[in-house]
Design a protein around this ligand. Structure first.
Ligand code: DGL
Length: 250
């Protein structure tokens, strides 16, 4: 049995996973979080999938060594490619990915939902969202669009630039054409672009789509695990590591 005041480990390729940390802190105000940003390797999106598995394994073992009581993969592409491997590596620690709970929830929003998924090239390649959504609801139609321009824009803090608006318009256009009603932000960096996505959507869609941030669902999944075996600690703070430049990360 792990120590209830032990930290929760969270990781991503960069700052994107902080959108998940923010949601976790809202739901677990007494927890200590150890966050790893693998900025030496960001972006993960265009890399071979076996390389992502190697990165995710290494970071998870580091977090397990820090005494974490659970590990959250706050990274869609890691969740899509490395979840079984990481679970094996750090067993019996609970390991949660960001995709499963979201796919289940959006699949049940209507009888024949038209769902768009904005994601990195690697996540789109796995078709993880499409497969999981269709396994829950075979009447769902899912359009996944790779957005290679988004992560570099977020990592370089250009979320409010003209380039961002143009990129949002480019990636949302096929979803508007397909009449998507629900759009999943299938990369943890993308919630930082929500104002620009909403602005672009207001020009492209007759009825504004609902944007879904998977970070909202991960806390509920974590609560199931912690409630079963743990009680919350009494501190709430974050210890953060980056494999890249500390000042840039700060
Ligand atoms: N934020 C990550 C994800 O959710 C990875 C983005 C990247 O580095 O390309 O997929």
């Amino acid at each position: 049995m792990t120590n209830s005041s032990a930290p929760i480990g969270v990781f991503d390729s960069g700052v994107g996973g902080l959108t998940v940390v923010s949601a976790l802190l809202d739901q677990f105000p007494n927890e200590l979080i150890i966050y790893v940003a693998d900025q030496f390797h960001v972006p993960y999106g265009g890399r071979p999938l076996d390389e992502i598995q190697t990165f995710a394994s290494g970071i998870s073992l580091f977090l397990a060594d820090q005494g974490c009581k659970a590990i959250i993969m706050a990274c869609n592409i890691s969740s899509a490619t490395a979840l079984p491997l990481v679970k094996d590596n750090v067993s019996p620690l609970p390991v949660l990915g960001v995709i499963q709970a979201t796919a289940k929830q959006v699949a049940s929003t209507s009888r024949s939902p038209r769902i768009g998924v904005l994601a990195t090239a690697g996540t789109v390649q796995t078709q993880a969202y499409s497969n999981l959504i269709k396994s829950e609801n075979d009447k769902a139609s899912v359009l996944e669009v790779a957005c290679p321009k988004f992560v570099p824009l977020v990592e370089s803090v250009q979320t409010e630039s003209v380039e961002s608006l143009l990129a949002c318009t480019e990636y949302l256009q096929p979803m508007a054409n397909a009449g998507c009603e629900t759009i999943i932000l299938g990369c943890t960096h993308y919630p930082f672009l929500l104002p620009m996505l909403r602005k672009a959507a207001s020009e492209l869609f007759d009825i504004p789509p609902t944007f879904v941030d998977p970070a909202a669902h991960i806390g509920n999944a974590l609560r199931d695990h912690l409630a079963a075996t743990e009680k919350c600690g009494d501190r709430n703070h974050i210890k953060a590591y980056t494999t890249g430049d500390v000042e840039t990360f700060r």
